[in-house]
Write a protein that binds this ligand. Structure first.
Ligand code: PLP
Length: 402
């Protein structure tokens, strides 16, 4: 096997520099990963909320192996047995309508925006209202829907038909609605935006506002969906139903997949020829997703996400009292944000050196997204590392700046 240096050199020579990776990982098991030098880490990033049931869960590995050796791909010109089974599993747990499958979060949101536009087309409605600090992906439409200009700079002109409202401010959404509005797009918990949960009155208010104005409520569940909040889907925390929602990240535990899940009202808007994806819903991706769903249910991981998330936040709250530069701990289930009073990238680096993988987001927030089957002992170990890392960071702060 190549050394870390060889892999990094090869990467820098041949892969576009869109990311700034930190380590070379070579192996994973549950909530643990190992780098090329054999060092062990506690993985509280889980591939950015992708590894729902942890690295290399035997049930998912087996499903992928078996399906890969049976039938990997047939195109959507033919039926395959796994696609409708997965659609049934998602629909019966949510909106009781129909699904469309694709390969990523951005693609799911892009498709959901197309679905909304097609629904509103006859009435001349096409404008989508999205929220400040949201994140919806990197395609041209989804980066335009993303309410953060830093992702848009340099890619202008941006596609038309997108306007913004303030997250958790119902009146600002009301003010943005006009006769062209087709949908409101929202995350039940903003992930990339810094682990910011929606307020219950905001989500309930959006539902009734959309009903009142005859516009669609679309939820981006790419990060907060699929068990992360302790519910199958983030909007279920608020007891509301959107008209459609998108999924990707955690859906197949690392096998690439995306999905649009629609209520009956939107289930038959797309007709043959309106939308498509070559890989979407292929038997292999769907087998991985079905095995992930079965595992979440068999191992009672929704309950675990709630219990471990509560334990994690409760223990981290002690650090808010202990360190003046830690301001808050927030989130729902296993979306956990540790909020600093300054940029927290240095803390992310110290955490990594001490063997805990996390990600700094929105400048001042450390985001933790451990697998849904994380154990209490691992949560305690993580908190201990965070405590030690904060103490170390503090010593560098008190040193005089030169
Ligand atoms: C990650 C993410 C996306 C984009 O998903 P990709 O698979 O990277 O295209 C969209 N929305 C949210 C909320 C996300 O967290």
């Amino acid at each position: 096997m190549s050394t870390s240096e060889e892999i990094i050199a090869l990467h820098k020579q041949f892969v576009m520099p869109t990311y700034a990776p930190g380590l070379v990982f070579v192996k994973g098991k549950g909530a643990k990963v190992w780098d090329a030098d054999g060092k062990e880490y506690l993985d509280f990033l889980a591939g950015i909320a992708v590894l729902s049931v942890g690295h290399c869960h035997p049930k998912v590995v087996k499903a992928i192996k078996t399906q890969a050796a049976t039938l990997m791909h047939v195109s959507n010109l033919y039926y395959n047995e796994n696609q409708p089974k997965l659609a049934q599993a998602l629909s019966t747990r949510s909106l009781n309508g129909k699904c469309f499958f694709c390969n990523s979060g951005a693609e799911a949101n892009e498709g959901m925006i197309k679905l909304a536009r097609l629904w509103g087309h006859a009435q001349g409605k096409y404008e989508v209202i999205s929220m400040t600090n949201s994140f919806h992906g990197r395609t041209l439409a989804t980066l335009t829907a993303t309410g953060q200009t830093k992702y848009q700079k340099g890619f202008e002109p941006l596609p038309a038909g997108f306007v913004y409202a303030e997250y958790n401010n119902l009146e600002s959404v009301r003010a943005a609605i006009n006769e062209k509005t087709v949908a409101v797009l929202v995350e039940a918990v903003q992930g990339e935006g810094g682990i910011v949960p929606a307020l219950p009155e905001f989500m309930l208010g959006l539902r009734s506002l959309c009903n009142e104005k005859n516009i669609l409520l679309l939820c981006d569940e790419v990060q907060c969906g699929f068990g992360r909040t302790g519910h199958w889907f983030g909007f279920q925390e608020f007891g509301i139903q959107p008209d459609a929602f998108s999924l990707a990240k955690g859906l197949a535990n690392g096998f690439p997949i995306g999905a649009i899940v629609a209520a009956p009202k939107l289930s038959d808007i797309f007709q043959p020829g309106n939308h498509a994806s070559t890989f979407g819903g292929n038997p292999l991706a769907c087998a991985a997703a079905l095995a992930t769903i079965e595992t979440i249910e068999e191992e009672k991981l929704l309950e675990n996400a709630t219990a471990m998330g509560d334990l994690f936040r409760q223990k981290l709250k002690k650090l808010v009292k202990k360190y003046p530069f830690i301001k808050d701990v927030r989130g729902i289930g296993l979306m956990v944000g540790l909020v600093g009073d300054r940029p927290v990238k240095p803390l992310e680096v110290i955490l990594r050196e001490k063997g805990l993988i996390s990600i700094a987001t929105h400048d001042t927030v450390i985001r933790f997204l451990p697998p849904l089957n994380v154990k209490a002992s691992q949560v305690r170990q993580a908190v201990k590392i965070v405590d030690e890392a904060c103490a170390q960071w503090q010593t560098t702060m008190s040193q005089p700046q030169n």
